[in-house]
Design a protein. Structure first.
Length: 589
């Protein structure tokens, strides 16, 4: 928890010093009030014994008490404000740091933490850290100062009454320790269950159409209920245990007060407390007030340690993200100037997913140059999309090298590497905003004219013309208000607007009808002739014009050549081709 305080700025520590100073003043002012109460009791006794009026003196004492109380309130409000500001600022910094950190994660780190867990860590866990920081900045400083100051006040007053206070403190510590032992381990479980609940909810909402189409509402409901019941039972146990704190503390406090009254009364009756009865009552009243301060300080300190376990769990989860060093970064990068005259070469490339036993790609060797098109085809799970992820450095190769312009891609800065590439994923991922904001994601300097040109090439103009909003037509989060084909065409638009040297099409035409697919590819040829193009495809019609086609099977190259060469020499390619098109269509393509 305390390690996260390193994200405070230097001037925040000055405010923390102010908090310490203000709390010290506030406690000293509060401890002055019992002295005034004692003085007022003595004045009342003096008036009764002498028969003289003490009203003016009592009013003066009361007025000073009021001023002290107002000063204490002002200091408390100031401390609360500063602590709230610091806690909120720390949470803001942590959320920003986590967001920046996650953007640098490779697919391996994302899979390690999982998306639902990262969301929970950014929201719920940071919130826990924020709340506890605010409480710590107040209680962790206030409690020791109150305890030490209160003990100093009662030390020389009376040993018999001090024993009653010590008994109350021991009882409070025992109560809280028992509850702490019971609920402490449960906080970590609650955070893990929150991840699970987030995951079930997220996957159900994301796949709601599939759930409905397969009438699987009961299946998802059962999943949700399992997690929901477990987290509910855990929360009920924790809250039930915590509910004993209030009544338990009240019993201890009332018992201690009763004990102080009884002991004080006995001491006063034996003339062992003060010079006379009124002074004895004054000392007893002061002692009761100071003992309450001491007891409250221990209660605050122990209550803080009740909140800390959950915050420590959250802090560890946040720190785990912030302290994870991305495996893919710029530590091997050199100042290599990106060039539009590009070529990509795979040399003996093998790749194995983390914790996997076998490689999904084995001994890949090929080269593709500027102006050429390289296409990959193969059965599902043959590793086609993984090749694109390796080029983008979403994963690192296990063996071998990937070269761009005869330089290992590890030696390129990630920003320089990505500036060369226009990536179009199969899913056509879109972001909330409008058509324009999605189109210029990779080139924010693009003009509306350039965007419209790219839209026409991507066969997306019809969608723009349907609405008076044009380029500013709204796109929902994830592109939920557009079809799969429209998502792919807008994603292709985004890549065209970027004007990269390398185009990576990861099965980016699968949601298009054959007519649109053909029109789009014909339009693409005119603007991408000078670019290097890598296409992952399932349709023969999409890849048959490529200068080089590689056929994959279980991660290995089983065929390489042009469409015509593969039809003659590669059995797996023939099986795919004849399953999609007739012999005449393939021959005269």
């Amino acid at each position: 928890m305390f390690k996260l305080f390193k994200y405070f700025k230097w001037y925040h520590w000055i405010f923390i010093l102010f908090i310490v100073g203000f709390i010290y003043l506030q406690v000293q002012l509060d401890l002055k009030l019992p002295e005034y109460i004692g003085s007022i009791i003595v004045l009342i006794g003096t008036g009764v014994e002498t028969g003289t009026s003490q009203t003016s003196l009592i009013l003066r004492e009361g007025g000073e008490m009021l001023l002290i109380a107002l000063g204490s309130i002002a200091l408390t409000i100031t401390v609360s404000y500063i602590a709230a500001r610091l806690g909120t600022k720390l949470a803001n910094t942590l959320r920003s740091k986590i967001f920046q950190q996650v953007q640098g994660f490779s697919s391996e780190e994302i899979n390690k933490f999982t998306t639902p867990s990262l969301i929970t860590r950014t929201t719920n866990d940071v919130q826990q850290v924020q709340m506890t920081t605010i409480i710590m900045l107040r209680m962790l400083v206030t409690a020791p100062i109150m305890a030490i100051s209160g003990i100093n006040k009662i030390t020389n007053m009376n040993s018999s009454m001090s024993l009653v206070v010590m008994a109350g403190v021991v009882a409070i510590i025992t109560l809280i320790t028992i509850i702490f032992i019971l609920v402490g381990p449960k906080y970590g479980k609650i955070q893990k269950l929150t991840d699970d609940l987030n995951q079930v909810t997220r996957e159900t909402l994301t796949g709601i159409r599939v759930v409905r189409a397969h009438h699987a509402e009961d299946v998802q409901q059962n999943k949700f209920e399992d997690v929901n019941k477990t987290i509910t039972k855990t929360n009920i146990f924790v809250n039930t245990a915590m509910s004993f704190i209030g009544p338990g503390m009240n019993i201890i406090m009332y018992s201690m007060n009763l004990g102080l009254v009884l002991v004080g009364a006995l001491l006063i009756s034996d003339n062992l407390l003060g010079a006379n009865a009124y002074e004895g009552i004054s000392l007893q009243a002061q002692f009761t007030q100071y003992s309450m301060v001491i007891l409250m300080s221990f209660m605050m300190l122990i209550m803080l340690f009740i909140f800390l376990p959950r915050a420590w769990v959250s802090a560890r989860r946040v720190s785990a993200v912030l302290n994870t060093k991305p495996k893919i970064d710029d530590r091997l990068a050199n100042d290599i100037a990106p060039s539009d005259d590009v070529e990509i070469e795979f040399i003996n490339v093998c790749f194995r997913y983390p914790n996997a036993e076998e490689c999904v790609l084995k001994d890949l060797n090929f080269k593709v140059k500027k102006g050429e098109t390289l296409a990959f085809i193969g059965s599902t799970g043959s590793g086609k999309s993984t090749i694109v992820q390796l080029i983008l450095r979403f994963y690192e190769v296990t063996e071998g090298q990937i070269l761009i312009n005869k330089k290992d891609i590890k030696h390129y800065k990630l920003s320089d590497l990505y500036s060369l590439m226009g990536y179009v994923p199969q899913q056509g991922i879109l972001f909330s905003g409008d058509v324009m904001s999605n189109a210029v994601l990779g080139n924010t300097n693009a003009t509306e004219k350039e965007v419209m040109e790219a839209i026409e090439i991507a066969q997306f103009k019809e969608y723009i013309d349907e609405s008076e909003e044009g380029l500013h037509r709204a796109i929902d989060q994830g592109g939920n208000n557009v079809s799969g084909g429209q998502k792919q065409r807008l994603a292709i638009t985004r890549a065209l607007v970027k004007k990269p040297a390398i185009f990576l099409f990861d099965d980016s035409f699968s949601a298009l009808d054959y007519r649109t697919d053909k029109s789009l590819r014909n339009a693409l040829k005119k603007v991408t002739d000078n670019a290097l193009k890598i296409i992952i495809g399932q349709r023969i019609g999409t890849i048959m014009d490529a200068e080089q086609i590689i056929v994959l099977d279980k991660g290995e190259i089983v065929g390489k050549g042009t469409h015509k060469e593969l039809l003659e020499t590669c059995k797996p390619y023939q099986d795919i081709a004849f399953a999609q098109l007739s012999k005449e269509e393939l021959t005269h393509a």
